[in-house]
Ligand binder design. Structure first.
Ligand code: DOR
Ligand code: ZN
Length: 361
């Protein structure tokens, strides 16, 4: 984990109250996993963009509406939380499903997974040109496109996949659809930071809590560390530093999206382990720790609670959440019947604690 310390922590800050944040990229899964995971996000965030990479993926308005109901049903009584649903783009998706789903308030955005880029992406897009007619429609109705920015060609080094995607896919697509709002999700490189900074106002990026704290060495510390494996894979330390600077810069093109992605412990600790880091239980504490290390705790609110809604053209949340400066030991394992998940920061002591009782509506 990172030990960068640009400015000393402001020891006088004992509680931190900010406008309630939203999480602009999460995986909630389905079934028992959904029931276990949903409230970790809902207790900290008011809204979240829910990824559609279920099996089978969410490709119709009816599937999106039914999944949203299952999410509501998984939440505890009295919890206010708004899941914002996304449609999974395929080579053959019916553009009317998307436009109607958007018009009827089911789909907030569409997700582009290049085929085989990550978990449950086999049905993703094999050639972005195949969905250009869909992007045309999305531009017309002002529906955002969310992008997993990696090319998957086997001859491209895994650490270069994001940078090559910018050049080969995203650059041309942005030129072809200059009014389409695009979020480059979970950026991991300095190249992406520059690309977004230099790009049009229609382009923004989310940054995860984990990519602000791990670099590629963390996957190999004293042995292979499957719980630090996610996609896009963490890159060299200087890329992490570029992400940290972008997150705290106050540039509204960069905002919070955890990409919390739970997998069973056994599925990560396997010969072919799954990609994904479950950061939802302590997401805010993790971002707060990073912002404090960067001497920029005062910029957390913009990144977590203002820039996302502004980009998505949604109202800011009215309520507040509070973190208290209280050491918090993070468990090695979270369990429920049939479920074992290793959370992000497992075994560490965090310096902030989310105080759920202080949340205001
Ligand atoms: O690490 C990841 N896990 N990256 C993704 O793009 C997908 C996600 C998942 O669904 O497990
Ligand atoms: Zn994701």
């Amino acid at each position: 984990m990172t030990d960068t310390l640009i400015a000393p922590p402001a020891d006088n800050v004992q509680t931190l109250t900010i406008r309630q944040p939203d999480d602009w990229h999460i995986h909630l899964r389905d079934g028992e996993m959904l029931k276990f995971c949903a409230d970790f996000t809902a207790r900290q965030f008011n809204r979240a963009i829910v990824m559609p990479n279920l099996s089978p993926p969410i490709t119709t308005e009816a599937m999106g509406a039914a999944y949203r109901e299952r999410i509501y049903a998984a939440l505890p009584e009295g919890r206010t939380f708004e899941p914002l649903m996304t449609a999974y783009l395929t080579d053959t998706i019916d553009p009317n499903e998307i436009t109607n789903g958007h018009k009827n308030g089911v789909f907030t955005a569409c997700k582009l997974y290049p085929a085989n880029a990550t978990t449950n992406s086999a049905a993703g897009v094999t050639d972005v040109k195949k969905i250009y007619p869909v992007l045309e429609k999305m531009q017309e109705i002002d529906m955002p496109l969310l992008v997993h920015g990696e090319v998957v060609s086997p001859d491209i080094d895994i650490f270069d996949r994001e940078a090559v995607f910018l050049e080969q896919i995203l650059g041309p697509a942005i030129k072809a659809f200059p009014r389409l709002r695009v979020v480059l999700e979970h950026i991991t490189t300095e190249d992406s930071v520059r690309f977004v900074e230099d790009g049009p106002d229609t382009l923004a990026a989310t940054i995860t809590a984990h990519h602000l704290r791990i670099d590629r060495n963390d996957m190999f510390k004293g042995g292979i560390r499957p719980h630090a494996y996610c996609l896009p894979v963490a890159k060299r330390a200087y890329h992490k530093e570029a992400l940290r600077k972008a997150a705290v810069s106050g540039n509204p093109k960069f905002f919070l999206g955890t990409d919390t992605a739970p997998h069973q412990k056994k599925d990560k600790e396997a010969a072919c382990g799954c990609a994904g880091i479950f950061s939802a239980p302590n997401a805010l504490e993790s971002y707060a720790q990073t912002f404090e290390e960067m001497g920029a705790i005062d910029r957390l609110e913009g990144f977590a609670s203002e820039f996302g809604p502004r980009f998505y053209q949604m109202p800011l949340n009215e309520g507040t959440v509070t973190l208290t400066r209280k050491p918090q030991p993070i468990p090695e394992l979270l369990t429920a019947p049939g479920i074992e998940i290793v959370p992000f920061h497992a075994g560490e002591q965090m310096s902030w604690t989310f105080d759920e009782s202080a949340t205001t509506a």
